[in-house]
Design a protein around this ligand. Structure first.
Ligand SMILES: O=C(O)CNC(=O)[C@H](CS)NC(=O)CCC(=O)C(=O)O
Length: 289
């Protein structure tokens, strides 16, 4: 008999981060406390919890290496004080190679940093409405997918635009993840078009719970983000959803549900190898005359 607890409560912190790091940390702290008061044992904050700033010069002036970062210090204290698993969806930090990284941290209830994940896929896009992003101009991408242990099972760590790369989520699920984390700062137009659909697809195809805390609303730097933080079941059901403004969204995660779904439709175990061929290169069928 395993002594893994049968359920736990998730709290997603939705924020509207600005350019001032100390204000963002204070706003996040208040919502994380509210999440813990509401009984959340795993609390996730969105991408760019400490600063939403795409201007490279301003960003460089505002951020610090992980060891000196005031947010890291604060969130470690907070996790320990509240006795929660605190997943800081991401912080802009100066990486070990001197360039900014978009980094997610999983902090244990003892205040230990148990996992770090640097966003792999850079949001370099030109949207139909005229919005343009060049994340790779400011940030250095990561190269490692990360699975981290929670008391209830493994957590696969991703960030925002990573959501569009299904093989990353597949790899995490194959490596044992039962929960996929997608902290985000989705744009409003792409959120409207794709957010629910992609998150539900990642949950259904990988038979995982999906936890996605978002940024939402109009930010100091002129951006507007989509909000709608979501908790999704392995069957694709929306268990809880935020609106656009800052708030905490709660859901109870039932591990038996995940086991049931995986037993009933074992698609996660039905992957098979195959080749891709060009039809023109295959021999024509015999046509009966
Ligand atoms: O750097 C910051 O200030 C905050 N970071 C972000 O907003 C990131 C990179 S620009 N946003 C996304 O990845 C949005 C993805 C998205 O919206 C989609 O895939 O449709």
């Amino acid at each position: 008999m395993s002594d893994t607890p049968k359920s736990f409560r998730v709290g997603l912190v939705q924020m509207c981060a600005g350019r001032m790091v100390d204000r963002n940390i204070a706003a996040a702290t208040e919502l994380i406390r509210a999440a813990a008061r509401g009984g959340a044992q795993y609390v996730q904050t969105p991408e760019m919890t400490n600063i939403l700033e795409l201007d490279r010069e301003r960003l460089l002036a505002a951020i610090k290496p992980e060891v000196d970062d005031p947010g890291v210090t604060q969130f470690r204290f907070l996790a320990r004080e509240l006795g929660i698993w605190l997943h800081v969806g991401s912080l802009a930090l100066v990486g070990e190679r001197g360039r900014p990284v978009n980094r997610s941290l999983l902090i244990s209830p003892e205040g230990r940093i148990d996992a770090r994940y640097d966003k792999i896929h850079m949001f370099d896009v030109d949207l139909p409405g005229g919005e343009s992003y060049r994340e790779s101009a400011s940030y250095e991408p990561g190269h490692e997918a990360v699975v981290a242990a929670l008391p209830w099972g493994q957590l696969g760590m991703t960030i925002c635009y990573d959501l569009r790369f299904p093989h990353l989520h597949r790899a995490l699920a194959k490596a044992g993840a039962r929960f996929l984390a997608v902290p985000a700062a989705f744009t409003k137009p792409t959120g409207l078009a794709h957010w629910h659909t992609l998150l539900r697809a990642r949950a259904i195809e990988n038979q995982c719970y999906v936890f996605a805390a978002g940024q939402g609303g109009c930010h100091e730097n002129g951006r507007e983000t989509f909000g709608h933080s979501l908790v999704i079941s392995p069957w694709g059901e929306v268990l809880a959803e935020a609106d656009v403004q800052p708030a905490v969204t709660f859901a109870d995660v039932e591990l038996q549900r995940l086991e049931d779904v995986r037993r009933q439709v074992p698609s996660l175990r039905h992957d098979r190898p195959f080749d891709v061929v060009y039809a023109a290169d295959t021999p024509p069928n015999e046509v009966a005359s």
